[in-house]
Design a protein around this ligand. Structure first.
Ligand code: ZN
Length: 202
């Protein structure tokens, strides 16, 4: 059925007025990637950040972390619960504006958006403004993450370079190299020392 002029006019008004609110959403980020499944903040039930600092990109560092707690997650349900748990801890207990990491990767092989590519994180003192912080959800002190989790982290870094958020000349480091912490766990740290662009001397 054809719309009357009046109905068409109403439709146009609605479209015109919806557009600005859609554009003003805090995270209008619908990235799609070929090499891994990506869940944005809305999809894991993240709260909005209480403050945002834009990051100058491309950044020269990638910092690898483990969560220790929560432990490894193997499904969307487990990993989204882990994300909410980390955000709660960082926002409510630590008093930070948001979950500290830029991204998280689960043992399901999926990427979960934290602060994203272009917002300064809170994960490695002195390096937050010049790095992308990626946490591998789980305790990787004595156990290495499963292959699909590791491969996704590498693919995420490659996507960051491709998109221009990470310098092609980036240095890959573990959190323990810049802070007094065992993070990202001995087993995972040994693993990343074998990766492209790992930087042993920071
Ligand atoms: Zn860490």
């Amino acid at each position: 059925m054809a719309l009357s002029t009046k109905q068409a006019g109403v439709t146009l008004v609605v479209l015109c007025c919806l557009t600005p609110s859609v554009m003003n959403l805090p995270h209008p980020r619908n990235y799609e990637y070929d090499t891994f499944v990506f869940y944005n903040r809305e999809q894991w039930g993240g709260r909005e950040a209480t403050g945002v600092t834009e990051m100058v990109t491309p950044v020269p560092y990638v910092v690898i972390h483990h969560s220790y707690e929560p432990g490894a997650c193997f499904s969307f349900e487990e990993c989204t619960a882990a994300m909410r748990s980390m955000q709660n801890f960082h926002q409510i207990h630590q008093g930070w504006t948001d979950i500290g990491y830029n991204f998280a990767v689960g043992s399901d092989g999926a990427v979960y958006e934290g602060r994203g590519w272009d917002r300064v994180g809170a994960h490695a003192v002195g390096y937050n403004v010049r790095s992308i912080g990626i946490v591998l959800i789980g305790d990787w002190v004595s156990e290495v993450p499963r292959l699909k989790q590791l491969v996704t982290v590498k693919n995420l870094i490659n996507e960051g370079v491709r998109l221009g958020y990470i310098s092609p000349e980036y240095d890959l480091i573990g959190h323990r190299q810049v802070s007094a912490t065992e993070c990202p766990g001995q087993a995972l740290f040994e693993e990343i020392t074998t990766w492209d662009r790992f930087q042993p001397t920071v």
